[in-house]
Design a protein around this ligand. Structure first.
Ligand SMILES: Nc1nc2c(ncn2[C@@H]2O[C@H](COP(=O)(O)OP(=O)(O)O)[C@@H](O)[C@H]2O)c(=O)[nH]1
Ligand SMILES: [Mg+2]
Length: 312
């Protein structure tokens, strides 16, 4: 079925701002050096990332030579397929979230304001619609407002929220949530964590501790530790990833605020630089503004092309 209207229009919105420019380069013009330069510029402007752009241009030049292509329009499909392939090269890309264990634990980490609490609510609603029962754990105990915010999302999504008072131990909240999930045979526990403590090492210690509690309680690792990353931050968001990855080995990324970015290429640099699959894409502040990430649907929507599932 592919993407819903919300995401298609959101992706197309970005397409209007940026990738339409890329897309329009593949017109009925002869292949010239000017084309290659312009393509390179536009990809870089769209946050695709320098290494990926260089690889892409050289691979695409080779395709043009091999197939004796004379006009840019003949390269468009190969270009789209190449972008899809680059995304799919990342291990785990396109695979569904692992929620096979009962309870499965999904831990959301990321800097303040990246969209963790909002994503926790949206993801709960999404999983609920897939027939899973869900509990939200308010492990950002650093700010009272964060607990209230998650409770509001719990109400909106019709999902139970396990919380303690402001300032309590986040690992204790997670422990409670796991016990509650066990008692009620709940399928999934989504943990909303803090993005900022007094110091970065405080935050990382806290996240490691939460992870240890989960591992001890379940006799295994946290099922999914997802980095919530603001698309608008672009490549500036990457520096955080490494620190989080040390504290809780990440299993994937959720890209948020795609509705606000003008640079659709960020998905490529996220996936290729972090070597992590993008699991979901968020594109608004509403409960339904989230979709599982599909490389093919995403790229074809971005380039405004028909996705008929054929290699060219
Ligand atoms: N437009 C848009 N806003 C978002 C999205 N996700 C989160 N936000 C907004 O970003 C702000 C920070 O989100 P929040 O969930 O509190 O981030 P947290 O600090 O990581 O928990 C809030 O105003 C959210 O409404 C999104 O996909 N699109
Ligand atoms: Mg929050």
């Amino acid at each position: 079925m592919g993407f819903f209207d919300g995401l298609i229009s959101s992706v197309r919105n970005v397409a209007n701002k940026w990738s339409q420019g890329v897309s329009n380069l593949f017109s009925d013009k002869p292949l010239t050096d000017e084309f290659w330069e312009e393509l390179e510029d536009r990809l870089l402007l769209g946050d695709v990332g320098i290494e990926t752009v260089e690889t892409l241009i050289s691979d695409l030049r080779q395709v043009a030579i091999d197939r004796r292509i004379a006009h840019t329009v003949e390269l468009k499909r190969a270009f789209a397929e190449m972008l899809v392939r680059y995304l799919n090269e990342v291990p785990g890309m396109g695979a569904p979230l692992d929620v096979s264990a009962v309870p499965s634990i999904i831990m959301l980490v990321g800097v303040n304001g990246s969209g963790k609490t909002t994503t926790a609510g949206k993801l709960a609603s999404h999983l609920l619609k897939q027939g899973r029962s869900v509990i939200l754990a308010a492990a950002d105990t650093y700010r009272a407002a964060a607990i209230e915010q998650l409770k509001a999302w719990g109400e909106r999504a019709s999902v139970r929220v396990i919380a303690q008072s402001h300032g309590s131990d986040s690992a204790a909240v997670v422990y409670d949530a796991i016990q509650a999930a066990r008692a009620a045979n709940t399928d999934v526990v989504i943990i909303d964590t803090a993005g900022r403590l007094h110091t970065k090492s405080n935050l990382m210690d806290e996240l490691s501790k939460v992870k240890r509690v989960v591992a001890k309680e379940l006799g295994g690792e946290v099922g999914e530790s997802l980095l919530v990353l603001d698309s608008v931050m672009g490549q500036n968001g990457f520096i955080q990833a490494e620190a989080f990855n040390k504290a809780v080995p990440l299993t994937g990324v959720i890209m948020t605020k795609f509705d606000n970015t003008a640079k659709g290429g960020i998905a490529l640099s996220i996936a290729r630089n972090l070597r992590l699959p993008i699991r979901y894409i968020g594109f608004g502040e509403g409960l339904d503004d989230i979709e599982p990430f599909s490389p093919r649907d995403f790229i074809f929507a971005l380039l405004g092309m028909e996705n008929n599932d054929h290699d060219d």
